[in-house]
Write a protein that binds this ligand. Structure first.
Ligand SMILES: C[S@@+](CC[C@H](N)C(=O)[O-])C[C@H]1O[C@@H](n2cnc3c(N)ncnc32)[C@H](O)[C@@H]1O
Length: 314
């Protein structure tokens, strides 16, 4: 890192998400995406001396911030790991089935995006890294150096909804035969040249950078595995609140919540009374919530955020 202080993160849908968790002073809560602790801080403010907050994040800088801000608070416990380890963490801490709330504020934080050395942004030049945990897994540069054209095109199309996925993938493969792709600017310029039509108000690399980031961090599969663990970890009445930032995530969250709320319809003719379903674990709480005009004026990054909330059935 450069030694410069990292940019701040402004928590999105802060009041709405913490309100949705209906924090009880003596409850046990889990923030799966600590970031810079905006939501965690607000949860801790609402907890009494008996309450507990467990926070996770993959990012070493989030870990350092957690130690700095709340390391002295006995109600707080941080683990650096992916939120797909949720169940293991909960089992080890003896809180499986006892969680009163789980919050996931998905995606990347502003410090990750705005620190050029992390390689997430095409707005400034940095190494093509994009790992939320830069100490494990494959960087964007390493993946772009080895993936074949079909795989790159698939990722750009599926995860970035990029209409020129094939052209960009072909250009990447051609270019890397001459020079390795190692810098964010280099990739952004290559995409700019490969794309024949530009969208208004959107850099042509926006979709591809999102797609590569999702691939490098395996974001969708990680989310899928995490969501599946949550109903069993919540106490009856416990809440799940998820903030998504793009339609792929939001679709997955919405579908998961709907499936858990509707359960599986039993075959007709079984001798059951009432609604013939099984496997219902959650009840949907309200509708999807988006940022208010006031929040959008202050923080344009909130514009794509969607909060969905559900509650564990008894
Ligand atoms: C939008 S930020 C969260 C901001 C936080 N709510 C706050 O108020 O400061 C997302 C954070 O989630 C982390 N993250 C993303 N995917 C993760 C995963 N699978 N496991 C753990 N942390 C993850 C990122 O490293 C990032 O710090």
């Amino acid at each position: 890192m450069s030694g410069q202080p990292t940019p701040a993160h402004r928590a999105v849908l802060l009041e709405e998400a913490v309100e949705a968790l209906a924090v009880r002073p003596d409850g046990i809560y889990l923030d799966g995406t600590f970031g810079r602790g905006g939501h965690s801080g607000r949860i801790l403010e609402r907890l009494g001396p008996e309450g507990r907050l467990i926070a996770l994040d993959r990012d070493p800088e989030a870990e350092a911030e957690a130690a700095r801000r709340y390391g002295h608070d006995e109600r707080f416990h941080f683990e650096r790991c992916s939120f797909e380890m949720l169940q293991q963490v909960a089992d080890r801490l003896g809180i499986s089935g006892r969680l009163d709330g789980v919050l996931l504020d998905l995606g990347v934080s502003s410090p990750q995006l705005d620190t050029p050395e992390r390689g997430f942004s095409f707005m400034s030049d940095g190494p093509l890294d994009m790992r939320m945990d830069p100490e494990s897994g494959e960087s964007a540069a390493a993946w772009l150096a080895r993936a074949d054209e079909d795989e790159i095109a698939w990722v750009l199309k599926e995860y970035g909804e990029e209409r020129f996925a094939r052209r960009i993938a072909r250009r990447i493969v051609e270019t890397r035969q001459e020079t390795p792709l190692e810098r964010t600017r280099q990739l952004a310029e290559l995409i700019n040249e490969a794309v024949p039509f530009k969208e208004r108000h959107k850099h042509p690399a926006t979709r591809s950078f999102q797609a590569i980031r999702i691939r490098v961090n395996d974001e969708l599969e990680t989310l899928r595995r995490c969501l599946a663990q949550i109903p069993a970890l919540l106490a009856p009445g416990g809440r799940l609140a998820v903030i998504s930032f793009h339609s792929l995530e939001d679709r997955m969250v919405k579908r998961f919540l709907r499936e858990q709320a509707e359960g599986e319809r039993l075959p007709r003719g079984l001798p059951v009374q009432g609604d013939a379903r099984r496997g219902q674990t959650l009840r949907l709480v309200g509708r999807a919530i988006r940022a208010s005009r006031a929040e959008l004026d202050e923080n344009p990054r909130a514009r794509s955020a969607v909060l969905r909330v559900a509650e564990r059935l008894a």
